[in-house]
Write a protein that binds this ligand. Structure first.
Ligand SMILES: [Cu+2]
Length: 164
């Protein structure tokens, strides 16, 4: 059984109104859009950001931090803008950094933030339907083992501005 979180609608509305507000300022250029912290039913998401497309690359990554009040596991990810979204990790394979899919999802322990960042755990977007443009948003659905589902809007940022 899936539990749709009550806080969700509010989270989406705040993300949308934020996007609209930002739209007024777009012409001024350099202002960085930021992901608002979302707290919902014991799960806190912060600093989520998607990497803007470079050239015609069809893949991209999403990073961010997840906290949970109780032990949980991020098991599934999807977005309407990508054919596939996978949970990845980087491994050192005899001196060569490689990415591979995390088989059983990402464990989130209480009081211990699960951090997804370049070079570590990340969400991999595979076969994007369109380019990710800096300043816009990408929708993302996160599904947890507990049955919790969060629909969020993630700001797209140019690679040079990403938080590490
Ligand atoms: Cu990857």
């Amino acid at each position: 059984m899936k539990i749709i979180l009550i806080g969700l609608t509010a989270a989406i509305i705040s993300a949308v109104s934020f996007a609209m507000n930002h739209g007024h300022n777009m012409d001024h250029g350099d202002q960085q859009i930021q992901f608002k912290r979302i707290e919902s039913n014991g799960i806190t998401l912060s600093n989520f950001q998607a990497r803007a497309s470079v050239g015609s690359t069809k893949n991209s990554g999403i990073y961010g931090e997840i906290r949970s009040m109780e032990a949980d596991r991020l098991i599934s990810i999807s977005s309407s803008l990508a054919a596939v979204a996978e949970l990845h990790e980087h491994i050192n394979d005899n001196g060569v950094m490689r990415m591979r899919e995390v088989e059983d999802g990402l464990a989130i322990n209480p009081g211990q933030p699960m951090s997804m960042k370049p070079g570590g755990f990340h969400i991999m977007l595979v076969r994007l339907h369109k380019r990710l443009i800096a300043g816009k948003f990408i929708d993302l659905t996160l599904e947890f083992e507990s049955g919790k589902i969060l629909d969020i809007s993630v700001p797209i940022v140019p690679i040079k501005k990403m938080h590490h």
